[in-house]
Design a protein around this ligand. Structure first.
Ligand code: ZN
Length: 421
């Protein structure tokens, strides 16, 4: 993703050189947004009656009161009236599989799969952006479609959130397929292959999938420490972060010991996990929204699986709440693709249910998510110099987090994608 920003920045440099030679800034596009209430930096108090001044794709400045373009000496600027709205930074979801959709069955033929998953991805990308999510991280997908989707959105050909993609998940396997590995050398190779394909970060399956018997609380980690360390160290050679899918206690703690930046799902956290997370500054990406689906499907499970899942329905949220209370950082991640797309804010309802304040829940989907992406310079708040990712809702989500289902204005990098007021 870094190189995309590089090319954008390079483009702007050319633009400003060109406009300098004209002696004016006629090529700049200015917008003035009148926000009834503006939460510019989640974690700090919102302010009433603010004007957000946007130059091209970024926030230029914030002015108190509803300033007219004329008073700002920007007579050509377009005014966007959100005077009766609550305005906040675009939301970020750290765990979305855009090219997967449980409601759609893909053709079994390998050659066709990638093309079909691309069409699914295009639809879900639009749905996600219109739900107010202007950036998402896609931890693991098959084929090449996710790279094409990311680049298509980046170039402006497709409508969707800014995408950070992992490519193929690094997993235990001996068949030599992309992402599979079974030793220090082959794990290095598997990571380097994702880097060569264009991965923005690395995803590793540090444990079995949640519903599998081998993902029970006391199950051992599936990797060995030196293999996981090889994954992390190889990712670091290109300054890429590593996200570990991890359910079991041993798997979570081994991944943290190896130096991963986030544990995804993190079902069976324990005191050691909290300690390791606090020490490393790592994040938990809880994907609690999956619990809704697990609860609905309990009737179809065999008794043993059912008992295990019922316990995790209670224990997983409880342990995430305990981790948060201990000071562990949470970044919002829904696992959309496993659960429905475009309903990502359900994850934030879960956080409020387990005891976070509405403000703390919004921080997980803005400031914290930007930090975990390594993109705090560009994303997460609306401050001068940052990307103009702006959304609006009619009422305050600080009173009722469910208000985030009512996003009716979406701007990404200064461009308006939804204005349904
Ligand atoms: Zn997932």
């Amino acid at each position: 993703m870094m190189r995309h920003y590089t090319s954008v920045v390079f483009g702007l440099v050319i633009l400003s050189v060109a406009s300098a030679s004209w002696g004016q800034d006629a090529s700049d596009r200015w917008r003035v947004v009148h926000a009834g209430t503006l939460l510019s930096s989640p974690g700090t108090l919102p302010l009433e009656h603010q004007t957000l001044v946007i130059k091209n794709d970024r926030v230029d400045r914030i002015v108190s009161g509803f300033a007219t373009p004329e008073s700002l000496d920007l007579s050509d600027a377009e005014t966007i009236n959100l005077q009766d709205h609550f305005v906040l930074p675009g939301l970020v979801d750290m765990h979305v599989h855009l090219t997967s959709d449980r409601s759609v069955s893909l053709p079994g033929v390998d050659a066709g799969r990638d093309v079909y998953s691309m069409t699914i991805g295009i639809r879900n990308a639009r749905k996600t952006l219109h739900a107010g999510y202007t950036t998402v991280r896609n931890p693991g997908s098959a084929g090449w479609s996710i790279f094409a989707l990311r680049d298509g959105i980046q170039s402006g050909d497709l409508e969707g959130p800014r995408l950070f993609v992992a490519g193929h998940t690094i997993r235990i396997g001996t068949d030599g397929s992309s992402g599979s590995c079974y030793s220090v050398d082959s794990c290095r190779q598997a990571v380097r292959r994702q880097i060569a394909m264009g991965a923005d970060f690395i995803k590793v399956y540090a444990t079995c999938s949640g519903a599998q018997p081998c993902a029970h609380e006391k199950a051992p980690a599936v990797f060995m420490l030196d293999e996981l360390k090889a994954v992390v160290e190889t990712a670091k050679t290109r300054e890429l972060k590593v996200a570990a899918h991890a359910h079991t206690t041993a798997g979570i703690n081994l991944a943290l010991q190896a130096g991963v930046d986030s544990v995804e799902h993190a079902s069976w956290l324990n005191d050691t996990s909290y300690h390791l997370l606090l020490e490393s500054g790592g994040y938990v990406v809880p994907t609690l929204m999956v619990k809704d689906m697990i609860r609905r499907g309990l009737g179809n499970r065999d008794p043993a699986t059912r008992a295990r899942l019922e316990r995790s329905l209670v224990e997983h949220p409880r342990r995430v709440a305990e981790a948060f209370a201990a000071g562990v950082k949470i970044a919002s991640g829904s696992d959309a693709g496993v659960v429905p797309h475009g309903r990502n804010a359900r994850e934030l309802e879960w956080y409020v249910d387990i005891g976070l304040s509405e403000m703390e829940a919004i921080v997980t989907a803005t400031v914290n998510a930007a930090d975990l992406l390594g993109q705090s310079e560009h994303l997460g708040t609306l401050e001068p110099g940052k990307l103009a990712d702006v959304i609006a809702v009619p009422e305050s989500p600080l009173e009722n987090i469910s208000e985030l289902f009512n996003v009716d204005f979406v701007m990404k990098a200064g461009k308006v994608y939804k204005n349904a007021r």
